[in-house]
Write a protein that binds this ligand. Structure first.
Ligand code: RIB
Length: 304
């Protein structure tokens, strides 16, 4: 394992989570089970997951000047993640995600972006000193798209590989897509990316390749992963079979682990195997950040 630097540009949230036997129907009130307040946000989750896997990690993001902001930045500091480029936005709430998780470990999430919507291209430019020393830049879409564009521009100027997890999904411009080295959508997100109807995952990967995305890695949950390798061949890898308790943050665990492994110089296929192991571990525990393993907990497991 090498000492690698990961920079995450992304959201920092507090997750308000209710576990429930089943999701309510439209217009229905049901009595759920326990409630938990858990630090989250796709950006912060990826930062925590990458740090626990042994990388040096910095995060660029925004929190509100509220009680949740103090709590989430304290947690990032405790994890020893670099927080010097987090801005505290006056009179704004920290991002809040309302999450329900059913007995199958499936979730439904609504995000109030709060301070995450204040992450500006100027803040990204002011953080260039961090981005340029990264081995890999990790991005997701819970922050303004202009800041994603600026982050990619800076990363490319310094030849830093960019991993984009396009969640929550929106249609993305080809001018942005063509600069992404590794695009990691889930099945639903992959269909929304280029705003066109597709027959199957292979067609999506081929279309994105034509646009200029070097590698698209589509995560299919319990059906595994489909991606194009460095030779252009489309490959399917089965998922690990585990009993899911809570799938919240599994995508973040996958992206972070993939990024750490690529930063360590592993191949795309090796990195996907590692990412699958880490994501499979995470779904066997509740919550996003509390479910992410330390490196020692996933070393020596299948394909590592
Ligand atoms: O990917 C899971 C995350 O999505 C949660 O932690 C929640 O904050 C939402 O951003």
């Amino acid at each position: 394992m090498n000492d690698v630097n990961i920079v995450v540009v992304g959201s920092i949230n507090m997750d308000l989570v209710i576990f429930t036997n089943r999701f309510p129907n439209k217009g229905e009130t049901i009595i759920g089970e326990e409630f938990h307040r858990i630090p989250g946000g796709k950006g912060a989750n990826q930062a925590v997951a990458a740090k626990r896997l042994g990388a040096n990690v910095d995060i660029i993001g925004c929190i509100g000047d509220d009680i949740y902001g103090k709590e989430v930045i304290g947690i990032l500091d405790n994890e020893d993640i670099g927080t010097e480029c987090i801005s505290i936005i006056p009179n704004k709430n920290t991002g809040i995600a309302l999450i329900t998780v059913n007995k199958h470990g499936e979730n439904k999430i609504i995000l109030s972006q709060g301070a995450n919507s204040n992450l500006s291209p100027t803040q990204i430019r002011n953080s260039e000193h961090l981005i340029k020393k990264a081995n890999v830049l990790l991005l997701q879409l819970e922050i303004p798209i202009e800041s994603i564009v600026e982050s990619v521009k800076i990363a490319k100027r310094h030849n830093i590989p960019v991993i984009l997890n396009p969640a929550p999904a929106i249609k993305l411009e080809p001018a942005l897509l063509e600069q992404i080295d590794y695009l990691i959508p889930n099945e639903t997100e992959s269909k929304q990316l280029v705003g066109k109807d597709f027959g199957d995952t292979e067609e999506i990967i081929d279309t994105l390749k034509e646009i200029g995305v070097s590698h698209t890695i589509v995560t299919l949950g319990e059906k595994g992963v489909v991606f194009n390798d460095q030779t252009g061949k489309i490959i399917h890898i089965d998922a690990h079979k585990v009993k899911a308790i809570d799938t919240t943050g599994a995508g973040d665990a996958f992206n972070a682990a993939f990024g750490v492994s690529i930063a360590e110089g592993k191949t795309i296929t090796e990195s996907i195997h590692f990412a699958q192991t880490v994501a499979a571990y995470s779904v066997t525990k509740s919550g996003a950040q509390p479910s992410f393993p330390n490196r020692s907990e996933v070393t020596g497991k299948r394909n590592n």
